[in-house]
Design a protein around this ligand. Sequence first.
Ligand SMILES: NC(=O)N[C@H]1NC(=O)NC1=O
Length: 399
Amino acid sequence: MENLNLQWRLLPTLTLLAASLFLLVFKDSAKLSHSECSLLPYNQYWLTSKRIVTPKGVISGAVEIKEGNIISIVSEEDWPRNSKTGQVVDYGEAVIMPGLIDVHAHLDDPGRTEWEGFPSGTKAAAAGGITTLIDMPLNSDPSTISTETLKLKVDAAEKRIYVDVGFWGGLVPENAYNASALEALLNAGVLGLKSFMCPSGINDFPMTNASHIKEGLSVLARYKRPLLVHAEMEKGSERHVKLEDDTLDTRSYSTYLKTRPPSWEEAAIRELLTVAKDTRTDGPAEGAHLHIVHLSDASSSLDLLMEAKTNGDSITVETCPHYLAFSAEEIPDGDTRFKCAPPIRDAANKEKLWEALMDGHIDMLSSDHSPTVPELKLLDEGNFLKAWGGISSLQVGYI
Ligand SMILES: NC(=O)N[C@H]1NC(=O)NC1=O
């Protein structure tokens, strides 16, 4: 990100130190004052734990920190107890790990701070072990689709964030054919663009088609940055439920599930793959990259993505903790906290998602943290068809 020179730029945060401080703060936060929580006054210190996450696996050992830098990580057997200097803090069974990066969160600031906001959202991230998050361009008001609206975001984040934050910009019909507007947004520091292939639920963030996406990719290629796509495409002929049918049991999760079948994900991905080939070596958009957000369908959609990777398309895919933790069969009637899009599918699908993740066919996890106010979740009415679609999970998703 050579041309990012702003205070909020994405900082290198995969440090054990960040995670250690996170643990320290939250282990006994009820009892300790802020100054007592901090090890920073010590020039050199060791953190020990039975579970330290390292590139070579989880070890029992110690992390040595000197002048704010990690200078060694050693296993228990190799820890030089006799020659050790500085303070030692033992975390026992608590995990010491790098801070996580969440590439997909909606903090809704400015404009919908009653839904979330930078202060509460970034505190929730820290509580969930996340030390860097990238904020989505929609659900704030206005959406981040121009340099002017990006500036509003940056101003709103200034001095109000507790973890590192970067921003995605929006690719929408209004700017898709305006290369200089997209370039200005990328020059101003957005890390890439995001678009929807179905209605986004936010009026000033309309959906894009393959032609908009092709245009966006050609600009992104020059910046070597990604386009993130919400890949669901409504296939009218396949709508199994008529939303206006007043005999529907709208409190039943199975009713909602039928409104967004896996074929919507498959259709969107098929459409995307017609332009994804532009990203191949020597293609017209070489350098650009496509990233499918929050995959739920572990069947045909996943097969298509695996084939695209084999064909040389520059493409990756994420899923979210809620698709791996829950299954449709378990969702109680009326509990709209589980409503998200694409929907949480059945238990067999969940198992397939796990397999794909463990086999490396799913490239990463993101939270898709998308909170709203309780009234819009219609918790009393429990109407799955009318409630806001989005799960609030930053603080709990990974722990
Ligand atoms: N607008 C918005 O936050 N949409 C998100 N919610 C959800 O469940 N899926 C999304 O893409």
